[in-house]
Design a protein around this ligand. Sequence first.
Ligand code: ADP
Length: 381
Amino acid sequence: MNVIQHKLAQWPGETSVSVRNLTVSYGSHVALDRLSIDVARGLFLVLLGPSGCGKSTLLNAIAGLIDAHAGEIWISGRDVTYAEPKDRGIGMVFQSYALYPRMTVAQNMGFGLKISGMPKPEVARRVRQAAELLRLEKLLSRLPAELSGGQRQRVAIGRALVRHVDVFLFDEPLSNLDAQLRADLRLEIKRLHLALGNTMIYVTHDQVEAMTLADKIAIMKDGVIQQTGSPTEVYNRPVNRFVASFLGSPSMSFLAGRLTSWEGRLAARLGNCLLPLDGYSFGRSDARGDIEVTVGIRPEHVRLGEFMPAVCRDAGMAPLRGEVTLVEPMGAETIIWTELGGQPLAIRASADATLRVGDQIEFAPDVRRVSLFDATSGERL
Ligand code: ADP
C-alpha cells in the first residue's frame, strides 16, 4: 500500500475537526455566518480565498484565538468551543515566525514545553526529533539572526511540531519568503504531512500552494465556503464562476453567450458562432432553456490546429477560425490569444509554437471539459 492509499484508508468516518454553524462578528461586521465544515483525520485542508474572505478568522476561531459568537468547534471528538487555545490539542504556525532573538534554535523550539514543566530530557528528545524531520539538526545552536527566512520559518514549524498535537494550523506561513524559498518550504511541508499524517489546516490566498499541498480545498468568499473538494474536482468542475476564476493561471476565459437548441442539440451562441455542446455533462437538469450563459474555457482545453465544426454566420458549417491577437511566451509553454465570437480566448500551446500576431489559426475547444455558468447567478449549469 503506498502512502496515499494508506492515508485514504485512514479517512472514512474519522472526523478530526468539526466546525458547526460557526458565527464570528467584529462589532457589527459578521465575518462568518453559520459556517460548517468537517475535516477528516489526517487530511490536508487548504482554506483558499481572496484577502478579507474570512480564512484567518476561521483558523483563529479553530485555534481559540477568536471567540465564537454562535456555533460549536469540535477537535478530536471534544467540544472545544470554550476551551483555551493551549487545551485544544493544536499547534499553530503564523506568517510572522516571531522567534526569540536571544534564544538558539533549540531553545526556541523547546521553550513552550519547558515552561509547561516538561522534564528536560523529554524536551531535548522532542526538539531533536523535530529538528531531524525539518532538517535543522546542524542549526540547533544558532541564533535566529544567523538563519535565512526559510530556516526561521522551519524553526517556527518545529516549535509547533514538538507539542505532538493532532492538528496543525498554518496561517499563510510562506507569505514572507521570496519565491524560491517559498517553493522549497512548500515541498518540505508536503513531505512533513506525508511523514506525520496529522490533520493540517492551511490558510492561503495562493492558488498554487492550495493546488499543490491540499488533499481538499475549501474556497471561501465573503465568509462563505463556496466549494470543498479535491484540487482536481474544484479545478475541473467549479461550482460557480467565482471558484472558476480563482483557480488556474492563466485563468479560464469567460465568454458571454446564450444557451440555445439547434437541430435538436444544445449549443451556445457566442457572437456570430454556434458552438455545439455535445458531451457536456450538465449538473442541473433544468438547464435546457433559452438563457444567458457564460462559457468558461481553460487554456489547456483548446486544441490548436484541430477541426471543430461550428456554425458561423459568415461561413456556415466551418471549423472555428481566428486571428492571433497576442502571444505570451511563459517558458514551459506559450499562451496564444485569439477571439471566439468576438471575445478573447486563451489557448495553451507548446513552447516552440512559432505563431505571431496576425496569423490565422484553427482551434477546437473540448466541449466536454468546458464549464457553463448561468450568466445571472454565476452558478454552474
Ligand atoms: P482573510 O484571512 O481571508 O484575509 P480575515 O479573516 O482576516 O480575512 O477577515 C475577514 C473579514 O473580517 C474582513 O472583512 C476583515 O476586514 C474583517 N476583520 C478581520 N479582523 C478584524 C478585526 N480585528 N476587527 C474588525 N474587522 C476585522
